[in-house]
Design a binder for this molecule. Structure first.
Ligand code: S3P
Length: 445
């Protein structure tokens, strides 16, 4: 039984997997990549001419990005996953919005957009988000932007939204980022698009490179040095509208990769998954844990590698997750924690303190909720330790309004005994609006 109770303001997802038939089987497709969807909407808005986007994620986060850029003069057609068309307004031509720009729950919208706004002279912008986003650190982008000459004000000296920005002509810097963050890197690169000079970012570990790939495709002068984790952008190049096809989001596929691994007798084909090497940490860790995942039909789709992933049930074993792989699987740690709870041995997740400043404190959230389900999990300052193999028992758990927590707990419920009820499950729609219908369809097969 899988049902969604929508009678209250917040939705309750009830899962009692007792009658789960012979595993998770068949073929599924997953929604478009969230990171790529944001970037396609932003660059399409800033480019000259028409950009077309196929396979856009219709989650709430990209909707926030589209609303912000529509409010600044880009003509983005109504969002649908078949085809979105953008009449770009050309770099430097954003209109001053008449109202506050609202990024909703989306850190990527707010942080990337800040670089764009701060570099648009003679315009004033105010930006905000929901209560989760307003509590998240913005100094990681505000500080480098200020070094470039940006004028930004906000709570706690600009560390938290709401923020106000008075656009300026910025100057190029070489920024040594203390965190491996694609949002920080992308914000600075976007701010550098109109600067006469070379804007450079070096990060401690390599983060996802979708901005580098897409900026280059639109015509920006981008260089990447993978040896030193350094990227640069030379300002002044014209951006030209592109035809983009967004691959499926590996972060969404991850829920099924783990689900089909831990639910016995499963054999699931997940079609059209983006396998950009800066995102495939989850595949490497699952392989190390003994998962049975094969790549089929590998191809390239608008500059991004893609494959169909076939996953069959396997007995998983514990492993250590830490170091340079962390930025390449940061969003998949909640679901990997569920895999670890079902694995034999003790899994240690370390160097992952960034989890504390995501849509929720994902270390606290997972430790608390997995403990309620009967897992043996201990919090660490920079991650968690999970002693696998303890039987899980269904109970009432919380999503913390965090999409990845809600979906990870739903997958745990598939192997828990009895009924699990996930409060505030509607948050799944932030990145995966069809998650619950897909789960129900797999269950009814
Ligand atoms: C994202 C970067 C990551 C990731 C987020 C999306 C992006 O955040 O967690 O979901 O699209 O650039 P950080 O840059 O904060 O690590």
């Amino acid at each position: 039984m899988i049902d969604l109770d929508t009678t209250q303001t917040h939705h309750l997802l009830n899962i009692d997997a007792v009658q789960l038939p012979q595993g998770l089987r068949g073929k599924i497709t997953i929604p478009g990549d969230k990171s790529i969807s944001h970037r396609a909407l932003m660059l399409g808005s800033l480019a000259e001419g028409i950009t077309t986007i196929r396979g856009l994620l219709l989650g709430e986060d990209p909707r926030s990005t589209a609303a912000c850029f529509n409010a600044m003069g880009a003509a983005i057609s109504p969002l649908n996953s078949e085809l979105v068309t953008i009449e770009g307004i050309g770099l430097g031509n954003l209109k001053e919005p008449l109202d506050v720009l609202n990024a909703g729950n989306s850190g990527t919208t707010l942080r990337l957009m800040l670089g764009i706004l701060a570099s648009h002279p003679d315009r004033f912008f105010t930006v905000t988000g929901d209560s989760s986003l307003r509590s998240r650190p913005m100094s990681r982008v505000v500080n480098p932007l200020r070094q470039m000459g940006a004028n930004i004000w906000g709570r706690e000296n600009g560390a938290r939204a709401p923020l106000a920005i008075s656009g300026q002509n910025l100057k190029a810097i070489h920024y040594q980022s203390p965190v491996a963050s694609a949002q920080v890197k992308s914000c600075i690169m976007l701010a550098g698009l109109m600067i006469d000079g070379e804007t450079i970012v070096t990060e401690p570990e390599r983060s996802r490179d979708h901005s580098e790939r897409m900026l280059a495709a639109f015509g920006a002068k981008v260089t990447v040095d993978v040896e030193t984790n350094t990227v640069s952008v030379k300002g002044g190049a014209k951006l030209v509208g592109q035809e983009i096809t967004v691959p499926g989001d590996i972060s969404s596929a991850a829920f099924w990769l783990v689900a089909a691994s831990i639910v016995p007798n499963s054999d699931l084909l997940i079609e059209n998954v983006g396998i950009n090497p800066t995102r495939t940490g989850v595949l490497e860790v699952l392989a190390e844990m003994g998962a049975n995942i094969t790549y089929e039909n590998q191809r390239e789709v608008t500059g991004e590698p893609v494959a169909d992933l076939r996953v069959r049930s396997a007995s998983l074993k514990a492993c250590r997750i830490g170091g340079a792989v962390i930025p390449r699987l940061i969003d998949e740690i909640p679901i990997l924690a569920i895999a670890a709870a079902c694995a034999e041995g003790t899994t240690v997740i370390e160097d992952a303190e960034e989890l504390r400043v995501k849509e929720s404190d994902r270390i606290v959230a997972m430790v608390k909720e997995m403990t309620k389900l009967g897992a043996n999990v201990t919090e660490r300052p920079d991650g968690m330790e999970i002693v696998g193999g303890k039987a899980l028992t269904g109970t009432e758990v919380e999503s913390y309004d965090d999409h990845r927590i809600a979906m990870s707990l739903a997958i745990a419920a598939l192997v828990a005994k009895g009924k699990t009820s996930i409060n505030r499950a509607e948050s799944a729609a932030i990145s995966y609006p069809s998650f619950i219908p897909t789960l129900q369809s797999l269950y009814s097969k």
